[in-house]
Design a protein around this ligand. Sequence first.
Ligand SMILES: Cc1cc2nc3c(=O)[nH]c(=O)nc-3n(C[C@H](O)[C@H](O)[C@H](O)COP(=O)(O)OP(=O)(O)OC[C@H]3O[C@@H](n4cnc5c(N)ncnc54)[C@H](O)[C@@H]3O)c2cc1C
Length: 456
Amino acid sequence: MPSILWFRRDLRRHDNPALVAALDAARDDGDGTVVPLFVLDPRLCNAAGDTRRAWLSRSLHALDATLGGALVVRHGDPTLLVPEVAAAAGAASVHVAADFGPYGATRDRAVENVLAASGRRLERTGSPYAVAPGRVVKGDGTAYRVYTPFYRAWVEHGWRPPAADPDAWPDWRMDPSGPLACDGIPDAPDVDLPPVGEAAALERWDAFRIDGLAAYGELRDRADLAGTSSLSAHLRWGEIHPRTLLAELDGSPSHTVFRKEIAWREFYADVLHRAPESAHTWLDPRFAAMEHDDGPGADDRFEAWRLGRTGFPFVDAGMRQLLAEGWMHNRVRMVTASFLVKDLHLPWQRGARWFMTALRDGDLASNQQGWQWVAGSGTDAAPYFRIFNPVTQGLRFDPDGDYVRRYVPELRGLGGRSAHEPWTQGQLAPDYPDRLVDHAEERDESLARYTAIKNP
Ligand SMILES: Cc1cc2nc3c(=O)[nH]c(=O)nc-3n(C[C@H](O)[C@H](O)[C@H](O)COP(=O)(O)OP(=O)(O)OC[C@H]3O[C@@H](n4cnc5c(N)ncnc54)[C@H](O)[C@@H]3O)c2cc1C
């Protein structure tokens, strides 16, 4: 009997414990054939924008190529299709990496129940994290709500070394006709993306490890420089596992800073796993009472933000980078998110939804908790009164204005730092919009709204 390997967020062959488990099962139960399956679930695909759909499509092509063209892609509801493929293949077990997201965990339980009704098993081996969400707990068994102690306990807990490749790869052979027929990998929207897939992820990691990691601690906040790894979309699709990265880090300061960033991803997955409702609602419930703007004026401001036309160059550069590339530097994510919540007084959920649509690394845990952090309602909430100033942030993290000029063509005529303050040279940037709001006034307004919920 063959086994099924159901790929979801683990689109790779190497360091893949679920693959090893699928192969072991296939050898125990039969001739070692593993049927690789991916189900294109409309519930997830419909929420993704062009860049994420393009990434997925290219990643599936890359995976299929490494599997000798054997990947079975089906379109539709996994609770129907996974059991159907398992039955058609005559498989006793379906192997997955555990999904800890709210939708994925519920879906997997449903699939597990349907499989069990016909005597088949859903086997979970590994997860997209070095340490599975829910594992790192305080001495009294409760969860950490603050990052730094979580980080210490996470390091202490430790993680397994990368999974060894099987001695021999599975026999992916299968009958391409009949019930295992494949719906095919969907066409990719025509979007510019860096190289996608497992080989590209490993190359990116190698290049960053050799050329970027030593300076990471120093440069990672600079929006104008390529000082970060750009691995987020590869990690999001599991083209590389965080364990693969962690295994090559030592105790040097820069490696430690990078390990801490990987740990933020793990922490946020843990927070979402324990509080699935925080994908939509304020983790700190006091913030549900916060006054937010709505109506046509608020809608217009949201559109100006989304399209990068707020008149604040650092914010606009970030939002246009997101539109153009489906990616944005972390510092700029913080500043643009803060601008939406604290200068435009819109709820974080609205911005988070747009980020999730547009980001190629869109990940529910990191995105929603990142937004909640900025909004002051999440874990480790920065004090609400520390409101990012979009101009001084730009001057600090894009000191020569290069990042702004790269994404905002109207400002290319302004040299050096003046690109961050075009209003001082009005006639030199006639096509660039006026500032949408007065930052100092909106800062006061935000603080007043916060005081109202703090002292109701
Ligand atoms: C409002 C907001 C929304 C965000 N949305 C997402 C998202 O949808 N998907 C996503 O992967 N990251 C998100 N982040 C986190 C962070 O911005 C990106 O992970 C990072 O910019 C990706 O670039 P990189 O791979 O070059 O990061 P590097 O600096 O090279 O970091 C290495 C890896 O560590 C992880 N990491 C780094 N910083 C964070 C962080 N603050 N939170 C969680 N993980 C982190 C990522 O997996 C990243 O690839 C968000 C941050 C904010 C403030």
